[in-house]
Design a protein around this ligand. Sequence first.
Ligand SMILES: [Ca+2]
Length: 406
Amino acid sequence: MIRSLFRTLAICATLLLSPLILTAAETIPQLELRSAWPNLKVARPLCLEAAPDASGRLFLVEQAGRILILPRDRTATNTVTFLDITARKPYEKDEEGLLGLAFHPRFKENGKFYLFYSQQSPMRSVVSEFTVSKTDANKADPASERILLTIPRPFWNHDGGALLFGKDGQLYISHGDGGERDDPNDNAQNLGTLLGKILRIDVDSRTGTLPYGIPKDNPFANRTGARAEIWAYGLRNVWRMSFDRQTGALWAADVGQDKWEEINVIMKGGNYGWKVREGFHPWKESAHKHSPYIDPVLEYAHTLALMKETAFSEHSPGLSITGGYVYRGKKLPALHGVYLYGDYKSGTIWGLRYDGKKVTANSQVVKPNPVRTVASFAEDAEGEVYVLLLSGQILELTPPAKAAGK
Ligand SMILES: [Ca+2]
């Protein structure tokens, strides 16, 4: 009896103290979403990038092949078309399209930027350099294209398509495993192909006859039989990766096949397991033996029932992960250092804190909503984060209306 009373008191004390023990650094705030440009009409937005030229311009990528400069006036209705490659039909279906945009770190001086887009006949992914028009800073010169990489795609899905410059000035590229199910060509574990990889190239130099340079410190630069462009491998279909602008950590969300969606922090030369592993679990045999495999930072269950919207519940985790950003903005101090991620199908947005070894907090930031098609996240020059819905909305995170009204 007394023991049970003590236990009850101990539990009460723990519950009372827990808000004090849980410091502000460990909590993750609950937020809401609101339209950032309520009067704009855009179609299937996939990226929003700030030009690194102090111009304050934000460039929106539409899957079909347009890049739009968004108006400074948040109530405006008009955009400026920076580039339009829709005539090349990068978007035939589903996961194809104009998928990535990255500005050269010295864009202000050289006007160079990079695109990742899909092409047909033969099916391939293209990474190209373009330059801004010499006469109009708000127009790209479509004739300036310099193709850097052409990656043949065996199937229509798993294109990947993230393009990012690191603080090291190198261009990082994600490409999916080539598609279908169970990586039938065993690409992700095969160091001889660029499929199922994160690549790293130097756009400012040339190696041999290549239209780009191989950074000397790439992990497989000198390995016979391996592609020298590879930075990390064993990835199924990284759908969005980002650098933490404060720490330089490279975060990549890898979309699961049947059971597990996962988040990885990418290390040089790392093998992230696919198709031998999915999340923390064994998956299929591979002809290639390159263990050890690096486990993800976090996984969540892939809920096949969500294929039908009627099966949705507030507790359904999701069906397809969309990687976001570590929040380093100023407007939401409680979110500082939180890695934001979402699910395309459940519309949930979560945040996690990671100390470099383990996840110290992970919770919902925005409640699920199955009509919210979280296609991508974005970050502006100030580090404020946006959520792009495939349905054509650009959203921003705000404190809950009740709290904001206090
Ligand atoms: Ca993995």
